[in-house]
Design a protein around this ligand. Sequence first.
Ligand code: NAD
Ligand code: TDX
Length: 331
Amino acid sequence: MKVLITGGAGFIGANFVHQTVRERPDVRVTVLDALTYAGDRTSLDPVADRVELVVGSITDAPLVDRLVGESDLVVHFAAESHNDNSLNDPSPFVQTNLVGTFTLLEAVRKHGVRFHHISTDEVYGDLPLGTPDRFTPETPYNPSSPYSSTKAGSDLLVRAWVRSFGVQATISNCSNNYGPYQHIEKFIPRQVTNLIDGVRPRLYGAGLNVRDWIHVEDHNSAVWAIIEKGRVGETYLIGADGETSNLDVVRALLETFGRDADDFDHVTDRPGHDLRYAIDASRLRTELGWSPRYTDFREGLAATVDWYRENEAWWRGAKAATEAKYAASGQ
Ligand code: NAD
Ligand code: TDX
């Protein structure tokens, strides 16, 4: 089987490529990635002999048409993915997340290729703090940021192409991922690399916002379960019951580094900051028999800290510029 993986040089996509090469010797992998600031070809070094990397954009219709025409399956990870960036400049989010997804859908429609669309729980907006409510596939869309609204729009394009054109597609909406190869602009790797540098972690606002953390390996095993066993046209929510407040994440990291529990700073809050995400993944567990391997968040976090300690060469080059961008927003 020949699989086209968009965004395969980014965080989740690169981990998906590694997992696929490791566990599925019959699969031939082509990655289409524009290598934006968030993409890194060295993330594919460990599997370079098994993967063809095409550097290009998912908005390039002739290129997308050719690559999709040569594939049996497209797994679509490519996106502009960071909320804070979308607040500074939404334009690339509209281009990549909406126009890029449209371009892929037109190609899979023409060539009759199976499509899996990777999306986020942020399309549902947020939940109140301190309630048992969780997102389900029936929760109405209510995105808050330019990032999440363009992801919501891309999901709706997929649904329409399924219904109107009979495209063979599935969608997954996953909660917050952590693990190796995540860009250091994101919350956990930003604080981990700060702590490696002896810098205090930075919490937006009071730090009471809650995210439902899942290890990237578990997200990706769920994606394969959906591709192999999921019903076409269906939406699956992916989550591993990992609800934790940002404050508790920072406290866990401080403990791992042997630092005082209050050794952090509160900084300017994110405008429109979603309060809480929580996923009800029962469809995935009961229908598809999926379950996560990383059930202890503390353990997964400690392994992730070790990875950033051991792979400083991978992230060091981006650290100063990333922090300069945050400093300009008082964060
Ligand atoms: P990332 O920013 O680390 O990687 C995105 C990749 O897409 C990069 O390699 C980048 O170069 C590439 N890319 C960007 N624009 C492109 C374009 N126009 N053409 C081709 N490639 C392009 O993102 P991530 O965190 O790995 O997220 C991957 C997917 O998973 C996204 O669709 C995101 O919405 C979704 N998702 C992420 C999370 C999370 O916690 N990170 C959770 C749920 C869903
Ligand atoms: O320095 C920080 N301090 C802080 O308190 C940063 C960078 C973030 N935060 C907070 C904001 C969020 O409440 O931490 C939480 C997580 O922030 P991000 O890592 O930026 O993730 P989030 O905005 O929740 O979105 C992530 O999960 C859903 C991914 O970036 C998205 O791509 C995915 O769709």
